[in-house]
Design a protein around this ligand. Structure first.
Ligand SMILES: C[S@@+](CC[C@H](N)C(=O)[O-])C[C@H]1O[C@@H](n2cnc3c(N)ncnc32)[C@H](O)[C@@H]1O
Length: 388
């Protein structure tokens, strides 16, 4: 048997035995071809088995569904003719057909990298924003049957809402017509939102998105990069480091969700400095401004209470952030993006860069007035922005 025959044999066995996870054909024979990859999934459409093909081009994805026989014929035609390599994932093992530059192919068996078959139902409405539930399974939000895990309900809501909001904001800009939309997620953590946004924009909406998550914890960076690779999320990567040290030359959309305290300011600063079209952040804890506030006598009745001072400091911190963004050419709005029932940290600041903005001295007036009113001696973001 040739390597190709072996792979086809395993493919047919995995479909009949329901152990099939995914087939990927890659390494186009014509290196200059716009078609880069084919990802095949096994799905049921109107209760009939089909192979769903995602043809990944440089700038878009095209999906086609075939009956099993037609789909297998297509794979037979494409493997060797159009693509040199094939990678079959099943719950028993992974098999790869690799062809070297001399045209010699080998067939390799590896340990299964995914232990459960994905949801086969193509007709199911959920999840609306994503092409696959697999990243949510890998990240521990859904179980293998696609059910939300017990303690992940709030996270699941937050992910969906976040993707909806960012998607809608991007849709209102000119970014859709760009050749590449660069997104940076600062303080990406376990990457829930980074993966979700990437899948929604690149896979579901077919936008030419390149996304980078920046995170200081190396173990999370490794985990996220491994999952992105496993799922063929080609335009998604994670880098290790502090936001403040991250060399961000250019970006179109900068997001930061619950980056701790002044890490949110570091992120906003990076966004302003790189002239991001959109800056979207949901602040986390607010310590810096509270520590630098001198409570004025006229506010003593209110701010003499620790909890009220804390809440007021949060409001002032975020208002000052928005005013600084305004002073640097961003039209801002602040709103609750999920209900407080799902997260206390539910404020979102969105800034969209104004076209033809010319800065004047007057732009800092509102900011200075508010600082004086509440005796704020220093705002970390203001310090960062001093030289811009
Ligand atoms: C509360 S988590 C939020 C994670 C993610 N954005 C989300 O909403 O699911 C904050 C993450 O930011 C990271 N972080 C905090 N300060 C950072 C900094 N200065 N630079 C890079 N990452 C930072 C933390 O390690 C943590 O993983």
């Amino acid at each position: 048997m040739t390597a190709k025959e072996k792979l086809k044999d395993r493919l047919e066995l995995s479909l009949s035995g329901d152990t099939f996870v995914r087939l990927t054909l890659s390494k186009p024979r014509d290196a200059s071809s716009d078609l880069k990859k084919l990802i095949v999934k096994y799905v049921f459409i109107k209760e009939k088995p089909h192979l769903s093909f995602t043809l990944r081009y440089t700038r878009k994805d095209i999906t086609k569904n075939y009956t099993l026989n037609d789909g297998l014929e297509q794979v037979d035609d494409l493997l060797g003719e159009t693509f040199f390599n094939g990678n079959l994932m099943t719950t028993d093992a992974d098999w790869a057909l690799e062809t070297n530059t001399g045209g010699k192919s080998k067939f390799i068996e590896k340990k299964a990298s995914i232990s459960a078959v994905p949801n086969r139902s193509h007709d199911k409405a959920k999840p609306v924003h994503f092409t696959s539930e697999q990243f949510l399974v890998e990240l521990g939000v859904l179980d293998n049957k696609g059910r939300v895990l017990k303690d992940k309900g709030d996270k699941f809501k937050q992910i969906n809402k976040f993707v909806e909001i960012v998607g809608a904001h991007i849709a209102k800009t000119d970014l859709k017509s760009k050749d590449k939309i660069r997104i940076h997620d600062m303080g990406a953590g376990k990457g829930y939102l980074t993966f979700a946004l990437y899948d929604h924009l690149a896979n579901k909406s077919g936008l030419p998105v390149e996304t980078t998550g920046v995170e200081l914890r190396p173990e999370l960076v490794t985990l996220c990069n491994d999952i992105a690779k496993k799922l063929d999320f080609d335009g998604l990567q994670f880098g290790e480091g502090f936001i403040s040290n991250y060399e961000l030359v250019e970006t179109d959309v900068l997001i930061a969700l619950h980056a701790c305290d002044t890490a949110t300011d570091d992120a906003i600063f990076k966004g302003i400095k790189s002239r991001a079209e959109l800056i979207i952040c949901s602040p986390c804890c607010h310590k810096q401004v509270r520590k630098s506030m001198k409570v004025q006598d006229r506010h003593a009745d209110i701010l003499g209470h620790g909890i009220l001072l804390e809440r007021q400091a949060e409001i002032i911190t975020d208002t000052l952030r928005a005013l600084l963004m305004e002073a640097h050419g961003y039209k801002t709005k602040i709103f609750e993006f999920v209900s407080t029932e799902h997260s206390g940290k539910n404020l979102m600041i969105v800034g969209q860069r104004r076209k033809d903005f010319v800065r004047t001295d007057g732009h800092m007036n509102a900011y200075q007035k508010l600082k004086e009113e509440f005796g704020v001696e220093q705002h970390y973001l203001e310090g960062l922005l001093q030289d811009i």
